[in-house]
Design a protein around this ligand. Structure first.
Ligand code: C2G
Length: 131
């Protein structure tokens, strides 16, 4: 049985998020998703996500293609998470291409092309125009 692991914020959940999770799940039998915590986002992006970590985890865990979710509390703990879930494959979008190659000794590392023309940032920008 192959276990796939992936990580993300999944804020203002959109079709690009769904596509990468569905594609990741097709690589094996179990998909485990690390949802980054609110405090990790504040550290990483200088702002809290629009949706809380509980809501983001709730949305991701409700998907048909997702078997388990956990809170990603630190970017530096990836190796620990890969080992904890005995993941065979790490999947990320290609905005992260090359960044996780260091984990190739623990599991296979695959980057999928991002879904074009959609992002949380662009949705927020469009929403700002509706007053
Ligand atoms: N994604 C995608 N297509 C888009 C937007 C996002 O395929 N149009 C993918 C990203 O490449 C990523 C996943 O969806 O693999 C989650 O994206 P984000 O929520 O933006 O994740 P990020 O903030 O990059 O967090 O430890 C890594 C981080 O937690 C990743």
């Amino acid at each position: 049985m192959k276990t796939i692991i992936t990580f993300g914020t999944f804020d203002v959940f959109h079709i690009g998020h769904l596509r990468i999770l569905e594609r990741a799940r097709l690589l094996g039998e179990q998909l485990v998703v690390g949802v980054s915590s609110d405090s990790l986002n504040i550290k990483k992006k200088g702002r809290a996500p629009i949706y809380s970590q509980d809501d983001r985890m709730g949305i991701v865990s409700g998907l048909k293609c997702v078997d388990a979710v956990f809170l990603e509390e630190s970017l530096e703990k990836k190796a620990q998470y890969i080992r904890r879930f005995s993941a065979d494959i790490l999947v990320m979008g290609d905005d992260w291409a090359g960044k996780f190659d260091g984990f190739a000794s623990l599991c296979e590392v695959i980057y999928f092309p991002r879904t074009p023309s959609i992002s949380t940032t662009s949705i927020i920008e469009v929403a700002k125009r509706y007053k």
